[in-house]
Design a protein around this ligand. Structure first.
Ligand SMILES: Cc1ncc(COP(=O)(O)O)c(C=O)c1O
Length: 465
């Protein structure tokens, strides 16, 4: 394919995209298909000779969309959203066309300086202190891994990077059981070890399921007495399972009193903090050393896009940064080279979609969407609570709540029916030992009618269970 053909087929792709999005409401959210079925449809050896693009394109339209779960479907209420506002898709097309490597300032000056600007925009939009800086990663998992590696190196006096971990002290990290598995992954990959991730018990009866700050304090104290080395604390605002929010200020005070850095995972809920009324959920956040949130979840910046704010970037740069001669920018040692803040060297131009998104929707437009989602989630929750046999198991935290239908077996059977039906898509979690169904409202294009389809579908499908 040459660039003229690219131009032609890009227009065809844009037409296809418009029709695809326009038809989503009439499609099942999740395809009705078993493992291996799709591959069987495309099986065959890699072609030795070029094939015409129109044949490939036709095969795509014929085979692929029907075998996809539609994340941009307005009735996608599963997991968390991966919102792609149309304008961020446009920005991605432009970034794709330039296909630049934004690893150093000089390899992509506009990408580099737009990253700094959009980090400032988002920091201010979320009400964070003006002296925080930050960077853009692919995912929250990578941002949390970066923070945990930094905690490890701060605890080891930046010795682990050169000496390795053998013979060093046993390190400990603290998080609640509500934190995402990316924290478990980070301690494993950082060589700290799963057994050294201490899951701090919850605060009895706390309405957003915070860890108990006093328990955190005594666990750190006990570890110090036992001769192991506490390295840091990871807190959550909006945990994946039920939206748990730790008491950020109180937990940070405990951590800081022990000289420990704190990373806050607000991958999903961080977007809601553009609305000042929700900021109580992370009161005290201004004291955090590191905070991650994913504009690619609720805000609308197409996947992938995870922003990490840092109080002081130097410990992370000292952990992740390497500057061999071939990566120096001659005559400009002082420029920010974001690859030194993140794990991979190569970096996509992710700031462009944030820049387009915020300019095209305006912060006020993004705020109204989030406010609508939160209020429609409450409305759907009230309607479900009124259905016979249904019980709300956790009240909405922002736009996430869970419910149950009689017992485990009937709740699981109902979930399967709902997802085979296809009008809406929901997923499950475990709460206090029971199987419960999660509902999160946050898809960029969903309307109140889409959300109120949840109680309608549940009523339709639960009658004879
Ligand atoms: C609270 C939380 N943290 C971290 C993650 C991991 O996000 P990512 O896919 O960006 O690594 C998720 C994913 O849903 C999440 O819900």
């Amino acid at each position: 394919m040459n660039h003229d053909e690219l131009n032609h087929w890009s227009k065809r792709a844009a037409d296809w995209a418009r029709d695809y999005h326009a038809s989503l409401r009439d499609q099942p959210v999740r395809p009705n298909l078993g493992p291996g079925e799709f591959r069987a449809r495309i099986e065959g050896p890699a072609p030795e000779h070029p094939e015409p693009i129109d044949r490939i394109f036709k095969d795509f339209t014929r085979l692929v969309p029907d075998a996809m779960t539609h994340w941009q479907h307005p009735r996608f209420f599963a997991y968390f959203p991966a919102n792609a506002a149309p304008v961020s898709m446009l920005a991605e097309q432009l970034a794709n066309a330039m296909a630049a490597q934004a690893m150093l300032w000089q390899t992509a000056p506009a990408a580099n300086e737009m990253e700094a600007l959009t980090i400032d925009w988002l920091r201010d939009a979320l009400g964070l202190p003006g002296d925080l800086t930050g960077t853009i990663h692919d995912s929250a998992t990578t941002a949390t891994l970066s923070a945990v590696l930094t905690m490890r190196e701060q605890a080891l006096g930046h010795d682990g990077l050169t000496r390795g971990l053998a013979g060093g002290p046993v390190l400990r990290l603290y998080a609640s059981a509500q934190t995402h598995s990316s924290v478990d992954k980070a301690v494993r990959l950082a060589g700290i070890g799963q057994d050294n991730l201490v899951k701090v018990p919850g605060l009895e009866g706390h309405e957003t399921f915070s860890m108990d700050p006093e328990a955190l304090d005594s666990l750190i104290e006990q570890d110090k007495l036992a001769g192991v080395k506490p390295a840091g604390v990871v807190l959550c605002t909006g945990g994946t399972s039920i939206g748990a929010c730790d008491l950020i200020g109180a937990c940070i005070d405990v951590a800081h009193a022990h000289g420990l850095p704190v990373h806050v995972d607000a991958a999903w809920a961080g977007s809601a903090m553009i609305c000042p009324e929700f900021r109580l959920l992370w009161a005290g956040i201004e004291k955090a050393d590191s905070v991650v949130f994913n504009p690619h979840k609720w805000l609308g910046a197409q996947f992938d896009c995870a922003v990490q704010f840092l109080r002081d970037p130097r410990p992370q740069i000292a952990t992740l940064g390497l500057r061999p001669h071939y990566l120096e920018t001659q005559g400009a040692d002082e420029v920010v080279n974001y690859n030194e803040w993140t794990v991979p060297l190569g970096r996509r131009f992710r700031a462009l979609k944030i820049w387009f998104l915020i300019r095209a929707e305006g912060l006020s437009g993004l705020r109204s969407r989030i406010r609508n989602h939160v209020s429609w989630a409450q409305e759907a929750c009230d309607a479900i609570a009124a259905l016979p046999g249904f019980r709300i198991t956790t009240d909405p935290i922002l736009s996430l709540f869970t419910f149950r239908f009689h017992d485990d077996a009937r709740t699981a059977a109902l979930l399967e029916r709902v997802n085979n039906d296809g009008r809406i898509y929901l997923t499950q979690t475990t709460h206090e030992g029971s199987f419960v169904i999660r509902v999160q409202v946050g898809q960029f294009d969903c309307t109140r009618e889409d959300v109120m389809m949840i109680p309608t579908v549940l009523k339709d499908l639960s009658g004879d269970l």
